[in-house]
Design a protein around this ligand. Structure first.
Ligand code: NAP
Length: 326
């Protein structure tokens, strides 16, 4: 495969050894960065980070971060010559976004290329909560079928579906639910030009009018705990929550209580607050479907994300612009 970065000598001179690689990179990103820019690797252990930054902080000009990792406030303080940050993934809430903005340090992400895979995940989680595919799979494997049939599941089509955050991914989720003859409702900060979809002025009003609440909104400080006890109560006992956005958007205490007390029916979750740790109470519940934050993680989409990350690196080191700035 030809080199994707394929950098001119001037860029190599300026940026070789001045790239900080944060987290475990996609193999394509890793190979290209290693081959051409010889990045420094941010220590996995917290204990080693201050020393690392004291030694190398002055030399770093760009940072490339994998999903779930980011440039935080402590790092920003110690990276005085940081010019730009490339984020592998759409969600960039792991970065100190405010701090980057204050210093005019641009940030890129990898939008659009993952929309459909994440939307497939949302639909899959929903179908699994209703038709109980993974529970039925465990039932067959455990030999319980010989003792009697699997319990009835719940009809998944012709439901009222509410998308919390009708952005790029939210829109593709809505399109998939149309195929299930669903009514599509949504809340966003502003109504959109989406004929046939019903806009609601608040998240609460959305929850009151749907059976399924699909969370597709950004993570970060502005949306922490948005799906709280009040929203879950408005959703009601037939309600299902699907979250492919960020764990932080959901108030875990409220969701766990609602699932335990069956004041909602079920939840399908791809994202959690303290990944890879999952609150034990979610594991103990039979009305949850849990997925290890792999919404976009198909080989094809991850490769597309890797290519887009590298395009942003290339664009910055050759022309100080980003292809997909946030
Ligand atoms: P997007 O197109 O930017 O859409 C983001 C949505 O969040 C929009 O509906 C937007 O509202 C809303 N929003 C943005 N800032 C907000 C704020 N301050 N307050 C309230 N709402 C706000 O992003 P996307 O590409 O669809 O991605 C959405 C999220 O999905 C990402 O941020 C990421 O965390 C998550 N994600 C998860 C996975 C996974 O593997 N599970 C993969 C990719 C992304 P408006 O509609 O009002 O503009």
């Amino acid at each position: 495969m030809p080199e994707l970065l394929n950098l001119p000598a001037s860029a190599l001179d300026a940026y070789r050894g001045a790239v900080l690689s944060i987290g475990r990179q996609h193999p394509l990103v890793e190979e290209e960065l290693e081959g051409q820019l010889q990045p420094l690797h941010y220590p996995a252990s917290r204990h080693d980070r201050a020393e690392f930054l004291a030694e190398h902080g002055e030399t770093i000009k760009i940072a490339v971060a994998t999903a779930g990792s980011g440039v935080d406030a402590m790092m920003l303080d110690r990276l005085p010559h940081l010019e730009a940050v490339m984020n592998f993934g759409v969600g960039y809430d792991a970065h100190d976004v405010e701090g980057l903005r204050e210093r005019n340090i641009p940030l890129s992400n990898t939008p659009d290329v993952l929309n459909e895979c994440v939307a497939d995940t949302a639909l899959g989680l929903y179908l699994d909560t209703m038709r109980r595919f993974s529970a039925a799979d465990r039932f067959v494997r455990s030999g319980k079928w010989q003792e009697g049939p699997f319990p009835f599941s719940t009809r998944a089509h012709h439901r009222r579906v509410g998308i919390l955050g009708l952005g790029r991914i939210g829109f593709d989720i809505a399109r998939r639910f149309e195929a299930l003859s669903s009514e599509i409702h949504y809340w966003s900060r502003r109504a959109k030009d989406t004929p046939g979809y019903t806009y609601h002025a608040t998240p609460r009003e959305l929850a009151e009018n749907v059976d399924v609440l699909v969370v597709a909104i950004v993570g970060g400080p502005e949306t922490v705990g948005l799906v709280d006890a009040e929203i879950l109560s408005a959703l009601g006992e037939r309600g299902v929550v699907v979250n492919i956005a960020r764990g932080s958007v959901i108030d875990d205490e409220a969701l766990i209580a609602a699932l335990q007390n069956r004041t909602i029916t079920a939840a399908g979750l791809d994202v959690f607050v303290d990944e890879p740790n999952v609150d034990d109470r979610y594991l103990e519940l039979s009305n949850t479907v849990l997925y290890p934050h792999v919404g976009s993680a198909t080989r094809e989409t991850r490769e597309d994300m890797a290519r887009l990350t590298l395009e942003n690196v290339r664009s910055w080191v050759t022309s100080q612009t980003l292809v997909t700035p946030v």
